[in-house]
Design a protein around this ligand. Structure first.
Ligand code: ARG
Ligand code: ZN
Length: 482
């Protein structure tokens, strides 16, 4: 594990090398078949017409998320015992059918389902891999609002990502580090686990007294009775499932409100406290600086969770409260905070567009350095451009990293940031910063696509940027011109 002493090594620590694949070809083919079931034959019509698809049809993760409905709210009532690693959960999900539904799916990996109710009536359910297939007593009509209650429990197992790193519910020596990108949410709650479907969340998490349970949004109450403490958290603005957390440990907690009025909650593992202090002290300054560049901070709360989870190897922009596996440096806090605008408030439509998250957050680091006495963003661009054509930086196109291990690799992060620097020099600072703000405002609490970002850039600047984006987003290999 590289020590996070310089910005470069800290950035490296967010990524992992290729170790294994996750969604094998067989799974993928199965998913594609299921998604494309149509009403062509009568038999298919019987199966297909009123069955919600098992995935959102994401080209990289076909089974992620589900079709046939959208969620509005998750109410997660959880109890966890770090000694036994037992998680007990009751999830209440409010949703709306977008088609007639005789059955529909949620994503859930591992754990034991004890019961499912739809609109308060017991429903039939089966488990098929990561799909929890639910058949309500009565079919749901297109447009109908409905409520699903799932009681479940067991010892959660984390998920291995395509790049070999772990995500989901990751046990630590004093609790759990809970991070869900891209597919980890389903390891601890039943979810429509794709960023296209965003919802509000309420958490009620009970842990033995002495432990702290930190989720997203605002802490609304904390009560200890009978040796157990219950934390209630409310995440009012829409959130993608992968950005949810319920991280548990023995933490030093600090709460304050910034001069600009944002409530901050930080939870820090005492073993990381000294190392984390300098970067955490910058949170108010980073929030203000990014608000100036990107527009108003999109959420009702902010903060950080600094855990001691040295095997994880990355930080995650969990909504309102980024999660660090160790004491972060300032660049990493700048990066995860920038994701609150780019990734969290404005979310991906497809995982293929991951550069819209990582390229932007990396570029925020470059801008911070430029505006705080370090090298300019152009100098950062130049030093990356100097890498030889054989460098992994040029291994695949920024906007099509490919299914598998590449969504967190250098062409997404570094070449993604280079693409924004190319855009900035092509359109000039005034237009460039207008574009960033307009992107954050125009897609706030929603989703965006690369094509929409390209169109916005051309509209604001009045320039044809087709060639620039073609080279920097869509062409593999080192561009001939810097
Ligand atoms: N989005 C995180 C970041 O801030 C990286 C997450 C890496 N996750 C993983 N499973 N490898 O860059
Ligand atoms: Zn990132």
């Amino acid at each position: 594990m590289p020590a996070a002493t310089s910005r470069a090594s800290a950035t490296g620590s967010r990524r992992r090398s290729v170790r294994s694949g996750f969604l094998g070809t067989a799974v993928t083919l199965l998913a594609v078949t299921a998604v494309t079931v149509t009403a062509e034959s009568p038999a298919m019509a019987a199966i297909g017409a009123d069955r919600g698809a098992p995935g959102q049809g994401d080209p990289y993760f076909p089974l992620a998320g589900n079709g046939g409905y959208t969620t509005g709210h998750y109410d997660l009532d959880l109890a966890y015992d770090p000694a036994t690693r037992q998680l007990d959960g009751a999830a209440r999900i409010t949703a709306r059918a977008t088609q007639e539904l005789r059955t529909f799916d949620l994503d859930l990996s591992g754990l034991t389902v004890r019961g499912v109710r739809v609109n308060a009536r017991a429903a039939r359910w089966t488990r098929q891999g990561q799909e929890l297939v639910i058949t309500p007593r009565q079919a749901l009509r297109k447009g109908e609002g409905f409520r699903v209650d799932i009681s479940y429990g067991g010892v959660p197992e984390n998920i291995t990502d395509p790049d070999g790193s772990a995500d989901g519910w990751i046990t630590t020596d004093d609790g759990a580090f809970v991070a869900g990108e891209p597919l980890g949410a389903m390891s601890w709650f039943p979810a429509d686990d794709h960023p296209l479907d965003k919802a509000s969340y309420a958490f009620r998490i009970t842990v033995p007294a002495g432990y702290t349970a930190v989720a997203n949004g605002v802490l609304t109450s904390q009560r200890t009775t009978g040796g157990r403490t219950t934390f209630r958290w409310n995440q009012a603005e829409p959130m993608a499932a992968y950005l949810a957390t319920a991280t548990i440990g023995k933490f030093d907690v600090q709460q304050y409100t910034t001069a600009s009025g944002i409530p901050v909650y930080t939870a820090v593992d005492p073993r990381e406290a000294a190392g984390a202090a300098p970067a955490l002290a910058q949170i108010p300054a980073i929030l203000d600086w990014e608000s100036t560049l990107f527009g108003p901070y999109p959420f009702a709360a902010a903060g950080a969770i600094v855990d001691h989870a040295p095997d994880v190897g990355y930080a995650l922009e969990t909504q309102t409260r980024p999660l660090y596996d160790r004491a972060p440096d300032v660049g990493t806090v700048v990066h995860e905070t920038a994701h609150q605008w780019f990734g969290d408030s404005v979310s991906l439509t497809s995982w293929q567009d991951i550069w819209l998250n990582e390229g932007f957050a990396t570029y925020a680091e470059w801008l911070w350095t430029e505006q705080h006495g370090g090298p300019t963003a152009q100098a950062q661009f130049d030093s990356y451009y100097a890498r030889p054509a054989t460098s992994s930086l040029w291994a695949f196109p920024t906007a099509d990293p490919g299914q598998g291990a590449n969504i967190f690799a250098s062409p997404v992060y570094d070449r993604g940031a280079m693409t924004l620097q190319k855009l900035r020099t092509a359109v000039g600072d005034a237009h460039f910063f207008t574009i960033l703000k307009a992107w954050a405002r125009g897609h706030r609490y929603g989703n965006g696509t690369t094509a929409q970002f390209v169109a916005l850039s051309e509209k604001v600047s009045g320039k044809d940027l087709g060639a620039l984006f073609h080279t920097w987003l869509w062409t593999a290999g080192k561009p001939a011109q810097p």
